[in-house]
Design a protein. Structure first.
Length: 218
């Protein structure tokens, strides 16, 4: 198979498996999505979805959020980890949204990246999922699968994002990054990986990855 054939097989398989794509983090608008994505750093979506209802019951918009102290926010979000940094970030970005953006979340990647505790990945998730702006945020699942499939060298997420954007059509980015995340969780995890269930890697995967898997099993 050519590289183009592999890319097409990957996209076609993902569309068959995930014709409708759920967004992993529960939210109701760009602001609650922004906060949820920020909280998800080095945590799980399941844990974040358990905590955000408690936080959003108190404050689901920047105006109410800044009425809370950093310590109050920290106490609520403590279970997701990194609560000192995240609580300061949530409070700080909420104030900036009020001061600079009339309380609205900007749909601009660079503007989002200027907010406290908001990195490139978080900003990319928000513009893609909240505003439909083409982006390709790379998480651990995408980074792992892009390497397994031979689409990227696996050196760092910056290179992986660059390779993904080069290989996949721009109008498919927003769907694909979610489809790959779900596929990675369900069919190609880091631990407990079963190649027989992982049809994409089994069909187009990097030979060295497949051989290493087979050696470990047999």
């Amino acid at each position: 198979m050519t590289k183009s054939d592999k890319v097409n097989f990957c996209m076609e398989t993902l569309v068959k498996l995930y014709p409708e794509i759920p967004i992993p983090l529960d939210h109701k608008d760009p602001y609650t999505l922004l906060v949820a994505v920020l909280l998800s750093a080095q945590s799980t979506d399941v844990r974040v979805n358990q905590i955000t209802p408690l936080l959003f019951e108190r404050a689901d918009n920047p105006y109410d959020m800044v009425k809370m102290s950093v310590e109050e926010i920290r106490e609520i979000i403590r279970p997701v980890g990194l609560s000192p940094m995240k609580s300061k970030g949530i409070h700080g970005l909420s104030q900036i949204l009020i001061d600079k953006y009339q309380g609205e979340v900007p749909n601009d990647l660079e503007a989002l990246e200027q907010l406290p505790a908001v990195g490139h990945k978080t900003a990319s998730v928000v513009v893609s999922q909240a505003f439909g702006v083409p982006a390709f945020p790379v998480d651990t699942h995408i980074h792992r699968l892009m390497y397994r499939w031979g689409f990227s060298n696996g050196k760092n997420v910056v290179q992986t994002e660059r390779d993904a954007k080069r290989l996949f059509p721009k109008d498919k980015w927003n769907d694909l990054h979610l489809q790959i995340i779900w596929y990675g969780r369900e069919y190609s995890p880091a631990r407990g990986w079963n190649l027989e269930k992982d049809i994409i890697t089994k069909t187009i995967g990097r030979k060295s990855v497949i051989n290493q898997y087979l050696k470990s099993k047999y």
